[in-house]
Design a protein around this ligand. Structure first.
Ligand code: NAP
Length: 290
């Protein structure tokens, strides 16, 4: 990689970001297409966000990814939001167009494109989402535009209810959105006829690597199981889903597809998905010591 005085700088900001995979797969994509871009990571504390965005302007940083905890709070520092980011009030990508900072969200696109990449069309399907945090929110908003039925199950029942009512308010009443607590009974009832099950909780990753929220006997071969976790690449949920004959998708596709959409916003070029995926997989395997 040759860095010169003209190299365009992109970065991810968040706290923490030291373990982010984005520098690895975004730089792989820039290099593959021989683009004069470089991608780095900056730890930005919540109280320094305004200063960091001023820095983006004064240093002419070209593009940003924004991760936790800044996806909502960054909005007040931007000049413009695209329609989707404005609607869901969340930004994970910023483009610096001649000094004007424009905010986008590609999280939902990441979920939809991850399904598409794996040959799954969620149109009219029953989707069950476990969790009601940031990742569940992106998935719910995106899927509610296409799914036939959306069920949000969460440990803290009020958060499931709040998310369901936000989705209904945003998308309109035509979509059937249900919510409940995350219990053995609700899982059994909802998974029985689910086409797609999405785990949007950290259960299955460190320190819960041997954990799963769904007993194997509740899974069935006619479903797709999508675990948003990508470290490890194969969680216990995915392993057991595979054992019952269900189709499985890990969180890496989602991560890469949201990053690919950011890449396309910054460069205006089609992202080399396979190159990005390979770079990220190699990095995860390296970290897992495989
Ligand atoms: N693949 C990707 O690109 C991508 C992107 C974003 C996130 N993720 C993954 O998605 C997961 C969630 O991230 P997030 O940003 O949404 O986190 P978050 O905002 O902190 O939300 C966490 C959610 O998980 C639930 N939860 C946590 N521990 C639990 C447990 N022991 N049992 C049952 N439920 C539990 C929480 O329930 P309560 O409301 O009851 O606390 C909450 O709904 C993480 O594993 C993250 O790595 C992946």
């Amino acid at each position: 990689m040759k860095v010169s005085g003209r190299t365009k700088v992109c970065a991810v900001i968040g706290d923490p970001v030291e373990h982010s995979l984005s520098p690895c797969f975004q730089n792989a994509a820039f290099q593959h297409l021989k683009l004069d871009f470089i991608y780095v990571a900056f730890t930005v504390k919540a109280e320094s966000l305004g200063d960091a965005i001023s820095g983006v302007r004064s240093l002419g940083i070209y593009g940003l990814n924004v991760t936790m905890p800044h996806k909502i709070s960054v909005i007040k520092y931007l000049d413009e939001l695209d329609e989707r980011a404005d609607r869901i009030k969340s930004v994970n990508t910023i483009l610096n167009r001649n000094g004007k900072l424009i905010g986008y969200t590609t999280d939902g696109i990441g979920v939809l494109n991850a399904l598409k990449y794996n040959g799954i069309d969620p149109k009219g399907k029953k989707v069950v989402i476990l969790g009601a945090g940031g990742a569940a929110r992106s998935a719910s908003y995106a899927l509610s535009e296409v799914a036939g039925e959306l069920v949000i199950l969460n440990r803290t029942i009020e958060r499931a209810r709040n998310l369901a009512s936000k989705v209904r308010r945003l998308i309109g009443s035509h979509v059937n959105v249900k919510w409940d607590g995350l219990t053995e009974e609700s899982l059994r009832r909802e998974i029985r006829e689910a086409d797609i099950l999405i785990n949007a909780t950290p259960v299955g990753m460190s320190p819960y690597v041997n954990g799963t929220l769904v007993e194997k006997r509740l899974l069935h071969p006619d479903m797709v199981v999508f675990d948003m976790i990508y470290h490890p690449l194969k969680t216990r949920l995915l392993r057991e889903a595979e054992e019952v004959g269900a189709k499985t998708i890990n969180g890496l596709s989602m991560l890469i597809h949201q990053g690919a959409a950011s890449f396309e916003i910054w460069t205006g070029m089609e992202a080399p998905i396979d190159i990005m995926m390979k770079a990220a997989e190699e990095e995860i395997r390296r970290r897992e010591g495989i």
